[in-house]
Each structure stands twice: as structure tokens, then as C-alpha cells.
Design a protein around this ligand. Sequence first.
Ligand SMILES: Nc1nc2c(ncn2[C@@H]2O[C@H](COP(=O)(O)OP(=O)(O)OP(=O)(O)O)[C@@H](O)[C@H]2O)c(=O)[nH]1
Length: 192
Amino acid sequence: MGKNRVPPDVTENGDSRQSSFRQSSITEAYDLSCKVMLVGDSGVGKTCLLVRFKDGTFLSGSFISTVGIDFRNKVVDVEGTKVKLQIWDTAGQERFRSITRAYYRDANALLLLYDVSNKNSFDNIRAWLGEIQEYSQDDVVIMLLGNKCDCHERAVRKEDGDRLSKEYGVAFMETSAKTGMNVELAFMAVAR
Ligand SMILES: Nc1nc2c(ncn2[C@@H]2O[C@H](COP(=O)(O)OP(=O)(O)OP(=O)(O)O)[C@@H](O)[C@H]2O)c(=O)[nH]1
């Protein structure tokens, strides 16, 4: 599933939970496990943010939309504790919304993205927060991310993101999957 064209049983990502758990336990030990979900409109950069965090690279060129849901694992060190982040990359397209909803209740943290060069993606954040409130656990950690902050054609000011995050009482930062700005920081903040 997702943008991954390789069968899930031979890779770390994909839709086979079992194969991923098996690989993780062989490759890297961990003390705690945490499910993080990436949500937001199609094209805001969820997959690119995940790839930047996991592999340190940027997926430029033609945009291939995620189909359904996909995940990758990364073990990080939080003050001496090994935390396995199981990061779910969801499809932003409306037609996959029912699949995404089914995963909210298991999520410990949500990274909610908009694109700073796309006002519409920012205007839809309130609707996303409504969905999150309805389907996720009450104690879920939410962080709002204004991605593509490297873009010169900005449609959303940083102050607007900041104001919205304060209104909903969630953390906020701007990120760039392209340059890597704040990407590590955002994932480490939710891990913490
Ligand atoms: N300039 C810039 N472009 C980005 C950034 N992140 C993603 N992009 C581009 O935006 C497009 C969409 O990125 P994706 O990561 O595939 O978007 P998505 O949110 O996963 O989209 P769906 O899978 O449809 O939900 C791609 O062409 C990326 O190259 C960024 O930080 N800066």
C-alpha cells in the first residue's frame, strides 16, 4: 500500500504489521513504543516529512499520492530511553478518509500538517482538528506543522499558524521536508 511499490513482507514499511515488528526486534531493541500519525490535506508533504526523518533525504520531482495508509519505524533516544516511533503516513485525499479514521484511536501522537504555500490546506485545519477530536483518544499529543517553509510563495504567515495552535492549545512549528528544517525537532518533541 502507499507509495511503496515493494511487497510489504520484504520491506520495513507497508501494511504488514507483523513483518515490521519482526524486523524491528531483530535490528534494534527499544524500551517503549509510540504510534505517531501524519495527517493533513493531500500534497502538504506528509510522506516527504517521514522520508526526511527516516532516511534524511527529500523526495523531489513528480508527486505520487499515498494510497490508504503506510508506515515506517524509527527508534530514537529520549534521555536514555529507546523509543520506537511507529509512524503512520495517511492519504490526504478525501476518498481515503474512512480508512484514516479507523487508525486514529490507536495513535499516541498526531502530526497535523498544512502547506504554508497553500491557504486552502491551512483553512482545512479546523476540520482536521474536528475529526481528530471525534476519533482519537482524549490524551493524544497533537502538533500542528506548517510544512514547506522553504517556499518563497508563502500564503500563510507564521503568526497565523501560531495563533491557530494557541486557540486549540496544541504545539506548533514550521518545517521543511526539503531542507530538513525542524523535522527532527518535531518528531523528537512528540516522542518526548
Ligand atoms: N518545497 C517543498 N516541497 C515539498 C516539501 N514537502 C513536500 N514537498 C513536495 O510536495 C509534494 C507533495 O508531497 P507529499 O509528501 O507526497 O505529500 P502528501 O501530504 O504525502 O500527499 P498525500 O499522499 O496525497 O496525502 C511533492 O511534490 C513534494 O516534493 C517541502 O518541505 N518543501
